[in-house]
Design a protein around this ligand. Structure first.
Ligand code: SPV
Ligand code: MG
Length: 431
């Protein structure tokens, strides 16, 4: 008998999957692959069932010879171990980023022999509803909130993009790049205080109140499923911070990052150019402890942000504070720097990792933007935040358009830089 292989990346089986299985059975013994959680993320999905549950679900299908675990989105290992005579897949991978995987299978079939069978994708209301529900379930607070902790276990580095509105949320949610044999997307979103304030035309001085920040969170949550890390500035008064923790946790935010400053908060990238004061270790530890005490789930994270390098207090001060904050119960440490050279960040990360091998470490490489994600992984970083890049790219583009209209007394000159009208009117899908 010939071996027929198909791979499923799903939490729910529907008629589309059964159609593929029936097609498989025509050619020989059917082996079904189940993608691991790590591979499922790279396949642009996120599991809401465990790998074990997904394997059990597939095992219930009658007439299957075997179920195997596929640990990479590319099929090389499957061809090495299983040597399939046929690979069966829905024809939906002929377009978009998934063509990368199709090309890999075609290449393997050419080198090893064998045939690709493509089954027309089942587009009907029922299937569309099931697929949509499976994805949208992840937007529910109980799924979204824990997703950051799950990603920390699954990804070498969690990639986070700044968002400050529904539309920027959509960009963080949907942008996918197929490059160098890999599919890449952002894993989570950063609700930056700088960008949220700027977007409202306000300075970044802890002026935009929580009610208003929560509105931004809601705008983003309405149209996305990825986890949110909230920039909580200093966290405010301890007596207020405990309420902020409860609010964020209830909404389904995954983490709050609070910085160890007090008084009038100024943006860190001003460094010592403006007056900024650092909180005492004792008081900041009390704030962390108070926040940890009131949270209701084990999912929510309070991450302590250390401003010692920003305020030119030195590496030793930063490391002492890190020990104290971890001791107070912080679920992670963010270290910030506005130096163009990443050496002080790397020194901190290396020293921190020796002492705290498992505590998540967060960096924001705005000034030292030459570092790559791989460099950061080598120094033990778990989360990288691209903290302000969408607003910084949008503002000059909008300003140029406004200038051009005033210069030419018409809008024609702006046209070649604009999104076509057809595209903007259908950009947002209706339910
Ligand atoms: C933000 O994005 O608001 C931050 C990071 O807090 S930074 O602007 O670099 O201080
Ligand atoms: Mg901020």
């Amino acid at each position: 008998m010939k071996t027929v292989y198909t791979c499923f990346c799903t939490d729910v089986l529907h008629e589309g999957h059964y159609k593929i299985i029936e097609e498989c059975k025509k050619y020989g013994d059917v082996v079904i692959g189940v993608l691991t959680d790590e591979a499922m993320i790279k396949y642009l999905r996120f599991p809401s069932k465990s790998l074990g549950e997904r394997v059990e679900m597939i095992k219930q299908i009658p007439g299957i010879k075997d179920v195997v675990i596929q640990s990479e989105i590319m099929y090389d290992e499957i061809f090495d171990t299983l040597k399939p005579d046929f690979v069966v897949h829905g024809d939906n991978w002929k377009e978009g980023p998934l063509t990368l995987i199709r090309d890999n299978v075609l290449d393997l079939l050419e080198r090893n022999g064998g045939q690709l069978i493509e089954v027309p994708y089942t587009y009907n209301e029922n299937v569309a509803r099931i697929e949509k529900r499976m994805k949208e379930k992840l937007a529910m607070p109980e799924y979204r909130r824990k997703r950051l902790r799950q990603l920390l276990k699954l990804c070498p580095i969690v990639k986070v993009l700044e968002v400050h509105s529904g539309i920027t949320g959509l960009i963080a949610e949907k942008t996918v790049v197929a490059h160098d044999g890999e599919l890449n997307q952002f894993d989570a979103m950063w609700l930056s205080s700088l960008c949220d304030s700027t977007e409202k035309g306000k300075p970044d001085i802890e002026l935009v109140d929580l009610t208003s920040r929560v509105r931004t969170i809601n705008d983003v949550m309405e149209v996305t499923m990825k986890p949110i890390i909230f920039d909580g500035d200093t966290g405010g008064l301890i007596e207020h911070f405990v309420y902020t923790v409860r609010t964020l946790e209830r909404l389904g935010v995954s983490a709050v990052i609070i910085e160890d400053k007090n008084g009038l908060k100024r943006n860190s990238l001003f460094g010592a150019e403006v007056k900024q004061t650092q909180d005492s270790i004792k008081h900041f530890c009390e704030k962390i402890k108070a926040g940890k005490k009131v949270q209701l789930t084990d999912d929510f994270m309070i991450i302590a942000r250390i401003e010692s390098l920003i305020l030119e207090k030195g590496l030793e001060d930063a490391l002492n504070r890190a020990d104290a904050y971890v001791g107070a119960g912080a679920d992670g440490i963010m270290i910030h720097s506005r130096n163009k050279n990443p050496e002080e960040i790397f020194s901190f990360c290396d020293a921190f990792r020796l002492k705290h091998p498992d505590v998540p470490l967060v960096v924001v490489p705005t000034s030292y933007n030459q570092v790559t994600e791989n460099d950061l992984v080598e120094h033990g970083v778990n989360i990288v935040i691209y903290a302000n890049h969408l607003i910084r790219s949008a503002y000059p583009a909008m300003e140029k358009t406004a200038t051009d209209i005033l210069t030419y007394h018409r809008a024609k000159e702006t046209d070649d830089r604009l999104m076509p009208i057809k595209q903007i009117i259908s950009l947002i899908e209706e339910l």
